[in-house]
Design a protein around this ligand. Structure first.
Ligand SMILES: Cc1cc2nc3c(=O)[nH]c(=O)nc-3n(C[C@H](O)[C@H](O)[C@H](O)COP(=O)(O)O)c2cc1C
Length: 214
């Protein structure tokens, strides 16, 4: 299979915008949604530790509650599929072991061969719990970016949302007191005709300001 073309890539990245108005009547097909869930699963993370949960919120009553704590942003209710990105707030030795078990299961390697790797993860993160939340947030934002780009490649609109109350989300979604906490949300679906943001010029700094070529 050929990879996508440069033209297609750039066309879809220019087509994507932070969608303000979703068409509540249009739903993402089951096949496309499956592919987007797989894109989430395939997101990279440091050590491969995947310090996240993806909550797919389809219950209209819950969506209504979430909208009220998301600056009343309509996308939360009107989108086809709503993903809440939750990131680890803690990481214990047993979580590292769980990941190592999965490596053994998938790759069939000898657990003893993973000792150095295990020590590295424990030394960096388990023994420095204060580092874990911000480290997890950074990883989880990568999954969010991967999700948005993947959706755009399929002609599906998204809007990343940090304009929300994470503590309230945690309460509503049953995350309070767990090892995961809300980071951001991402409604996905199809733009509504007439969303004026769809045609606004993209505001980006010029190449000369952004790149340092060494
Ligand atoms: C992490 C993150 C959080 C954001 N939060 C919101 C939000 O709460 N509501 C919103 O309408 N847009 C939100 N945006 C969208 C940005 O405003 C938008 O991506 C930026 O202005 C660039 O425009 P474009 O994405 O349409 O090209 C967010 C973007 C990111 C990356």
């Amino acid at each position: 299979m050929a990879p996508t073309t440069r033209n297609d890539l750039l066309a879809q990245l220019k087509w994507r915008y932070a969608t303000k108005l979703f068409d509540p009547t249009r739903k993402i097909s089951e096949e496309d949604w499956k592919a987007l869930e797989e894109a989430l699963i395939l997101s990279p993370s440091a050590y491969g530790l995947q310090p996240w949960k993806f909550l797919v919120v389809q219950d209209p009553a819950i969506r209504k509650q979430l909208r009220a704590v998301s600056w009343n942003q309509s996308q939360v209710e009107d989108c086809s599929h709503l993903v809440v990105f939750a990131a680890r707030r803690s990481l214990e030795a047993q979580d590292v072991d769980h990941f190592l078990d999965r490596i053994v299961e998938v790759r069939g390697v000898d657990p003893a061969s993973l000792k150095g790797y295990k020590d590295m993860m424990n030394g960096h993160l388990v023994q420095n719990p204060a580092l874990v939340p911000s480290w997890s947030d950074r990883q989880t934002f990568i999954a969010l970016g991967n999700f948005m780009t993947s959706a755009a490649m399929l002609g599906i609109d998204t809007c990343p949302i940090e304009g929300l109350d994470p503590a309230k989300y945690d309460e509503i979604l049953g995350l309070k007191g767990t090892e995961f906490g809300t980071l951001a949300a991402c409604p996905a679906g199809y733009r509504q005709e007439g969303d004026k943001y769809a045609t606004l010029a993209k505001v980006r700094f010029p190449e000369s300001e952004l790149f340092v070529r060494i």
